[in-house]
Write a protein of this length. Structure first.
Lengths: 110, 113
């Protein structure tokens, strides 16, 4: 079963615009991660945020975490065509098992 | 390149058959995870091995089994295959301690006809 739900399920924006996708989860967590998946390929880790952190940056990525609302958001600034992919949040509860959300399919229009 | 190698890339087989998927983790990673990705079920965790021992189990069917060998490579065995088993199967690896960042292979696409 999925722990997280991403919102929206699909998002299309013009190149250069910012993309925001959200993740909601159901139980308390230790860490939350975001992964990217290009069509039919393996997932690639983007960023990890711990439960005691509220915001984290990595290049053009900004992740926020609100544990009181059990939600996270991923912001990609100045989008590029190469950002076209599906994005998944994944949570863990202190063990090694990751539970993935349903994913947001992002399309960047050149 | 994640450093995780999965073979074969594609597998086409018939219902009732048995197949074996293979995964070589990144050098130094002790944990191996198997996932199934299908359109209707999303990405589902199947099973995890750490240094040869089963560590966690997810939604893995009884027809499926896995093992991790002393050289840390892992195999996922799928038997009595059904049409609904058609999916992408991913292997991922991690150090196995601390922050659980997983590195994914390119996957094996299984088609059951």
């Amino acid at each position: 079963s999925q722990q997280g739900e991403e919102d929206p399920q699909a998002l299309s924006i013009q190149e250069g615009e910012n993309a925001t996708m959200n993740c909601s989860y159901k139980t308390s967590i230790n860490n939350l991660q975001w992964y990217r998946q290009n069509s039919g390929r393996g997932l690639v880790h983007l960023i990890l945020i711990r439960s005691n952190e509220r915001e984290k940056h990595s290049g053009r990525l900004r992740v926020t975490l609100d544990t009181s609302k059990k939600s996270s958001s991923l912001l990609i600034t100045a989008s590029r065509a190469a950002d076209t992919a599906s994005y998944f949040c994944a949570t863990d509860r202190g063990g090694q098992k990751l539970t993935f959300g349903t994913g947001t399919r992002l399309t960047i229009i050149p | 390149d994640s450093g995780v190698t999965q073979t074969p890339k594609h597998l086409i087989t018939a219902t009732g058959q048995r197949v074996t998927l293979r995964c070589s983790p990144r050098s130094g990673d002790l944990s191996v995870y198997w996932y199934q990705q299908s359109l209707d079920q999303g990405l589902q965790f199947l099973i995890q091995y750490y240094n040869g021992e089963e560590r966690a189990k997810g939604n893995i069917l009884e027809r499926f089994s896995a093992q991790q060998f002393p050289d840390l490579h892992s195999e996922l065995n799928l038997s009595s295959l059904e049409l609904g088993d058609s999916a992408l199967y991913f292997c991922a690896s991690s150090v196995g301690q601390g922050q659980n960042i997983q590195y994914f292979g390119a996957g094996t696409r299984l088609s059951v006809l």
